[in-house]
Ligand binder design. Sequence first.
Ligand code: IPM
Ligand code: MN
Length: 353
Amino acid sequence: MMKSYNIAVIGGDGTGPEVTREAVKVLDAAARKFNLKLNYTDYDLGGERYLRTKEELPASVVEELRKFPAILLGAIGHPDVKPGILEKGILLRLRFELEQYINLRPVKLYDERFCPLKDKKPEDIDFVVVRENNEGLYTGAGGFVFKGTPHEIAVQESINSRRGVERCLRFAFEHTRKRNKDKKLTLCGKTNVLTFAWDLWERAFHEIGPKDYPDIKRDYAHVDATTMWFVKNPEWFDVIVTDNMFGDIITDLGAMVQGGMGIAAGGNINPNGASMFEPIGGSAPKYTGQGVINPLAAICAGQMMLDFLGETEAAKAIETAVIKFTREKVKSLAAGKMGFTTSQIGDAVAASL
Ligand code: IPM
Ligand code: MN
């Protein structure tokens, strides 16, 4: 019997819908080849809808999205909406309400030409960042005192629950085992300054590691040193686990060393629920509607989605097609410089599956 999956698609803002269209094109080609049925339902969340209705994300839509095994997201962010409203009201709210407590961001260089680091090759840049996605500085805990006066105080608190930290660490240990590369997990933190939060992380890491994952080597790096090593010795890393804010920052650097926002994808994962896959780059308003944006990151998000759904063969085929196109065809991974239009890239990857 043909396997069938219901997928929610949120094209979102700016170039989001254009790149999502190409991801769907490639997913459909993979579905034909591997005998799958993908049923898409579109959701028009984003800046336009917000400007029209003054509502970022109706509760009823969250309840509908909860029922999908996977969501494909383009980008959120609109030039006419104040920064923070859509990001918090749509993207972060979905991550939180759907309990997508992991943000999984692979950093993999497909072709040496696109690495800004001297002498680094695909075999040197192949690691995964497991970013905690529901806590830390992102919960919105904090507030103002004496706002607008010379005595104003702004507090932004980092929330680290034992439960939240432990489920993230366990996911990272499991992922390191499943990946089966160096079997090494690096905790990336700041134990020398953030002595409460990182004490909890470090204790949990060294408690559950030897007990439940004795086959996984444990390593630790401060976040500042991690950024240094991403540039100097990226080959040292296999899997990195870190909190929400540090993960946000180091994965932008990770995206650059793998060739830029044109190729970097990630998954917001709830291992037991609706997970959401997205290109890491934003809505790129200045490139909207011109057919110049690189859809490879969105195509890779689609690949991660199939892999998450258990369609490993189909996912692998997409990755192979992306690698081939990246090595043999594309001139640059940057918008407007690829040597192809957005839809030509989708066509080419779909055709080579
Ligand atoms: C990301 C983005 C988001 C984040 C923003 C848009 C809220 O930068 O997915 O990394 O900070 O998590
Ligand atoms: Mn970010």
